[in-house]
Design a protein around this ligand. Structure first.
Ligand SMILES: C[S@@+](CC[C@H](N)C(=O)[O-])C[C@H]1O[C@@H](n2cnc3c(N)ncnc32)[C@H](O)[C@@H]1O
Length: 269
């Protein structure tokens, strides 16, 4: 099988089927009540910040979080959604054209002036970056003193898809998630990254999304893998079919199990 580069590092270079599957997964997640409530928790923190002029959703994808920020924040607050992918930004614009500044980001230095942004949201972005520490340093540069960096991410190293053969399941999870996530353990490294960048770790919050019996949130990720596995050549065909088949069948039979942990880190400059 191939050596993999996290496809979220260069979405626009992916096969159209792959980018479609990525966009669908992002929007599916954004319909899950629990997932939305995690976003609402940190939006509440953002709303508590005095003098909220500019909020930047960096790595906004199709804009799930950006739209929610726009709906929750005062009209005077500028909400920016920024991403390296023109194709995902195009979808974001189609989903909401009004009230949000959609901006193309370059890899590397951010386009914003020092201290010019009140809040930066990184929602499942750090887990995909080649150099998350350098990225966080750039984020710190553009934050105003007292500004917040909200990092929400999955601890993909603890994501579990239940199949009958536990050992085989572990191998497959590592192969699947490892192929599309650069940093499976990002949540475990964030306290050290905060210290190294000089951002204060104000607090963190942990969450779990687990599904037993039938799948919804995690079932949509299995369906995404159904497209991604052959397109990115992640697993041998027969192994992939068996894994996807078992996961989908367990949903039909009411024996589905999958679970994963998420964390929000509130960092301040
Ligand atoms: C898993 S998606 C998350 C999208 C969105 N935040 C959400 O949760 O719905 C990761 C996003 O980060 C973007 N991305 C990756 N590297 C980036 C970079 N260096 N600067 C800005 N965006 C980046 C990708 O294009 C992709 O849209």
């Amino acid at each position: 099988m191939k050596q993999h580069t996290d496809p979220y590092q260069q979405p626009d270079l992916q096969d159209p089927k792959v980018i479609e599957a990525m966009a669908k997964r992002l929007e599916d997640r954004g319909e899950h009540k629990g997932f939305l409530s995690f976003i609402d928790d940190y939006i509440e923190t953002i709303r508590g910040l005095p003098e909220l002029e500019t909020v930047l959703d960096l790595g906004c994808g199709t804009g799930v979080v950006t739209r929610r920020l726009r709906a929750a924040l005062a009209e005077e607050t500028t909400v920016i959604g920024s991403d390296i992918s023109e194709k995902l930004l195009q979808k974001a614009r189609e989903l909401q054209s009004e009230g949000i500044l959609w901006e193309h980001a370059e890899v590397g230095a951010l386009r914003y002036e020092d201290g010019s942004v009140d809040v930066v949201v990184l929602h499942t972005v750090m887990s995909h970056l080649k150099d998350p520490l350098a990225f966080l340093q750039e984020v710190k540069r553009i934050l105003r003193p007292g500004g917040l960096c909200i990092v929400f991410d999955a601890d993909y190293a603890s994501t579990v898809y239940g199949i009958a053969d536990f050992k085989k399941g572990r191998e497959i999870e590592t192969a699947l998630l490892g192929a599309i996530i650069e940093n499976l353990d990002i949540c475990r490294r964030l306290p050290a990254f905060a210290q190294q960048t000089g951002l204060a770790l104000e607090r963190h919050q942990s969450y779990v999304i687990s599904e037993a019996g039938r799948g919804d949130f995690w079932l949509s990720s299995v369906r995404g893998f159904e497209t991604l596995i052959p397109a990115l050549e992640i697993l041998p065909e027969s192994e992939a079919e068996a894994w996807v088949g078992e996961m989908l069948a367990s949903h039909e039979q009411g024996t589905f199990f999958a679970s994963g942990n998420y964390y929000t880190y509130i960092l301040s400059r």
